[in-house]
Design a protein around this ligand. Sequence first.
Ligand SMILES: Nc1ncnc2c1ncn2[C@@H]1O[C@H](COP(=O)(O)OP(=O)(O)OP(=O)(O)O)[C@@H](O)[C@H]1O
Length: 670
Amino acid sequence: MTTTMMLRNAGFMKSRLPGFAELVKSGLSVVTVSRNYQISSNLKREFQYNRNGATGRDKGYYSRDNSHSFGRHGGRFARKAPVEDKDPDSLDAKNFTKVVVMPKLENEVEVTLDQLKDENIIDTMLHLSISRMGFPNLTAVQQKTIKPILENEDRDVIARAKTGTGKTFAFLIPLFEHLIRTRRESPDMVKAVVLAPTRDLALQIEQEVHKIHSNNYALKKFGCMSVVGGTKFGQSLFQLKKTRPNIIIATPGRFIATVEAVGAEYFKHVDFKVLDEADRLLEIGFKDDLEYISTSLNGLNDVGKDHIRTLLFSATLDEKVQTLADDVMNKSECLFLDTVDKNEPESHEKIEQSLVVSQNFAESTYAVIDHLLKQTKNVPNYKAILFTPTIKATKFLSNLLKKSLHRYPVYEFHGKIDQAKRTRIVGSFKGAPAGLLVCTDVGARGMDFPNVTEVLQLGVPSELSNYVHRIGRTARGGKEGASVIFLSDSELGLIENLEKEKNISIENKSNYEPSSEIMENVEKLIESEEELADVLISVISFYRGNSSVLGLDENKAFMSIASSYGTFLKDPTQKIPIYNKGMLEKIGLVNNTISSEMFDLKGDASDHMERLAMSRSRSPNRKFSRNKSFNPSNKYGNYKSNNYRNFNNRDSRGEEDYQYKRSNRFRERF
Ligand SMILES: Nc1ncnc2c1ncn2[C@@H]1O[C@H](COP(=O)(O)OP(=O)(O)OP(=O)(O)O)[C@@H](O)[C@H]1O
């Protein structure tokens, strides 16, 4: 049975619509949403801004001269939007209806590769290539998506499937089939654009395309090229000209630069755009870019502004996807193909999840080291990934572990390593029979490292969904795996949030107390107190930005991390030294009296804190003013927090391209 809801004026109704998750729960299978049809909402904004007179301060929108400016960097990053200007008055006239179709999938019959060929869904050339890969059968997401994507050309598609279940081929197979079917139409043009949030993931998807090529050379004529930051732009344009690929795999920033430079030459015939890790691409830092890309490609398209079909794939999709669907999808109908049951957690069921609880961050570090000492000794070919909150923590931990684990291979991987080296590290760890990859959340999504036995997490991830993605680096392609998260008492809010929001409960729980032996050993390995202070400050900054999202008590989390300084140095009276007020400002704790408890304040930092404490004790509103800097729902308190959240997001998630350049100020320090 299907139910249909017709809603006029989506702008007004958006706030009243239940999210996707709730829609699934409520059993609705068709939802109809109406909104302005002629243009995507960001294009509409452009015209509104043109009418009202936009200024460079207006984040992410077009200005009068049809250029696109980003944030405060308006001038420097001003972009020429490759879309034609339009008469604003003609735009509000029509409404459109977007239908989200969620098929009920009862009595499912297995779909095989042979069937797809026999029913002429896929060509023999493609069938040959995929069968040569030797997969025993198609995965659930491949069975559910390939045919529907190819059968109905007037629909966009959203697909959700658990980590490591073959989503990459689920979109690459239809893309290749489309290229085969349209081989005579504009053979030298880009027809499909795949966007990914990290360079490493984009390069990995390019490798998957090359697997399709190398299993049947006849498919090599459908060329593919990656367009990612950290590589030479001029060289990439030259390659584009020379190879004339049909598929581009890109990160958003470099893709925008490419479209701006040569959009009219290569991107007028795009039929598909794919957003891998779609929910991530929707978040702050990417969403404006995605809207811009969508509008640009639509504006350039020779067939029409609503011609390009959009495919969204991820293991974690919730109501945010609705916003994405609104802003970057063109078709009036959108198929939502879900391989995860509505009552099921998004995490993969073949991962045995554990939690180890200790007193503070330092003790969690000892627990990780202890655990790794045991596993590398007892488990043959033990291959693991350890996630840490920040780049500095990653460096620190990989150094400690290289020394503790002796000859066991330890790889350090984060966004501050140059791209060529990053690619080498990914290649080495993929091919390694055993080893440990220590990384930030830059490695959390999409990366397919074969045979990872275990995923370890020291502290919390940068967002709730990344818990699912991080642990999903194991148990891939039908295999089993394990994960252990090491948290202090003050971080247990994350576990509650995972239960509440993601329906994930961790069965195996244990407490950890370090032995004096491991404490002594680690203390000997710490080379510099300054570096230790730096690492802990970076982690405090990370928590400053992420605690409210992750359900943590910010103050408790800060104290726990700060107390780790004394624990690591085996002298609990020692506090992290802070030499000036500027440093407190950078961490976002300048108006927070708890700073005196956490840090050993020196110079003007100490004077400032004394003055602050005195003014608060005199102020009749002191309770309010103290809360102001802490309350996550408080507009003013949150202002700084957001700044730091952005910085931390970049720091830990390793976002790409010019977004990095924009944050250089912070990156260099942390
Ligand atoms: N039909 C299949 N049968 C078995 N293994 C497969 C099949 N299709 C793909 N694989 C393999 O499964 C692994 C995971 O695939 P892929 O990286 O596409 O997963 P994913 O669903 O995109 O994961 P993530 O959510 O982490 O991005 C890869 O090594 C891939 O080669």
